[in-house]
Ligand binder design. Structure first.
Ligand SMILES: *[C@@H]1O[C@H](CO)[C@@H](O)[C@H](O)[C@H]1NC(C)=O
Ligand SMILES: *[C@@H]1O[C@H](CO)[C@@H](O)[C@H](O)[C@H]1NC(C)=O
Length: 333
């Protein structure tokens, strides 16, 4: 459709400028030829200015992702590594057999949203603002009386968006609060189908965010701390039990999980560790730079000290992680 507009536009210019009349004796083939040529130029200009589904707008930068994760995602050495591997592997695979499905878990404010943003920024030139990136929160699906509507809406969205842009990214927040009916509706899109209703979803990326397993992950981090071990020694295998089927089976909120795990639809479960005081400091300094302010250790220190830490006796982990820091800094600066 974009090309058609460009073509009409070029013809409009040709006709309204008297270009066509002025060259009356010249064969129409020539004019059409010029028109087509100009349409191609128009299309190129259009693609340059407006986002489209080509490599100018969608190009994976694996070095960029690695650097962003290493430098900007604080305190998440395990998640960083898994994300990097998962996304790089998928993006370098010319012929994936299913869409990439990541499930990000952990306490509030540990960087799940931020990590999704970093992934988007290193795939889409427009980052989160790309028309190929779609975010859903529970607010999109509030009324259970509307469930059937939501389902058909979601299916239509998947279909239209992926038809327009095979390399689409869908981010679902608060998965643990999502209605099981909706999860069942999402399920087929995550699978190994070559085509679903005429559309292939194999280039798409699905990211689910939830707090499920957050308490178990925190317990592992706390055990390491109590044993005097370095946080960096925590490996994925230490956290795997915290993300196991049995954990989710016990909880109503984890029901969706069982549904997705059962079928092996989730490719990677990615644990986010609770953040400590020193990470809050790093977030604060980064946030000040992002706001265009001179990073000020004293200001950030004060802000970080006023935050709430848990467990009550040890006060190691930030209750809100790095969430709300941006707003808090406005108060302290
Ligand atoms: C990839 O990301 C790095 C780090 O942000 C950047 O320096 C580099 O220019 C990017 N490469 C491309 C091709 O955009
Ligand atoms: C793509 O999905 C979004 C939801 O994020 C929806 O609002 C939009 O209408 C969809 N686009 C198309 C072309 O259907």
């Amino acid at each position: 459709m974009q090309a058609t507009y460009a073509t009409y536009f070029v013809y409009y210019v040709l006709i309204s400028s008297g270009f066509v009349n002025a060259f009356e004796p010249i064969s129409t083939t020539f004019v059409v030829g010029v028109g087509v040529g100009l349409a191609a130029v128009g299309r190129t200009i259009y693609n340059y200015v407006y986002e489209s589904c080509d490599s100018k707008w969608i190009a994976f930068n694996s070095t960029g992702l690695k650097m962003a994760l290493d430098r900007k995602l604080f305190g998440q050495h395990v998640a960083s590594r898994v994300i990097q591997k998962a996304v790089t592997g998928f993006m370098n695979n010319k012929n994936p057999k299913k869409p990439l499905v990541l499930s990000l878990h952990g306490w509030t404010g540990t960087g799940k949203n931020f990590a999704s943003q970093l992934i988007a920024e290193n795939i889409y030139k427009e980052g989160m603002a790309s028309s190929c990136v779609h975010q859903f929160g529970t607010t999109h699906f509030l009324l259970s009386s509307q469930l059937e509507n939501y389902k058909s809406q979601l299916q239509q969205w998947f279909k239209d968006n992926v038809t327009n842009c095979p390399r689409s990214m869908f981010i679902f927040k608060w998965m643990d609060q999502m209605h099981p009916g909706l999860i069942d509706c999402i399920k087929p899109y995550l699978g190994y189908y070559e085509y679903l209703d005429g559309v292939s979803y194999r280039q798409a990326i699905f990211i689910f965010l939830s707090n499920a397993g957050g308490e178990q992950i925190t317990q592992v981090a706390l055990d390491f701390w109590k044993a005097g071990r370095d946080r960096e020694e925590i490996k994925l295998q230490h956290l795997e039990p915290a993300l196991s089927l049995s954990v989710f089976n016990n909880k109503k909120s984890g029901l969706w999980h069982t549904r997705l795990i059962d079928k092996n639809l989730v490719d990677f479960f990615i644990p986010f560790l609770p953040l400590e005081y020193r990470h809050v400091l790093l977030c604060g300094m980064a946030e000040m730079s992002a706001k265009g302010l001179e990073p000020d250790q004293d200001v950030v220190d004060q802000m970080a000290k006023d935050m709430v830490y848990f467990p009550k006796s040890e006060k190691i982990f930030s209750l809100m992680g790095c969430k709300t820091i941006s707003v808090k800094l406005d108060y302290y600066t």
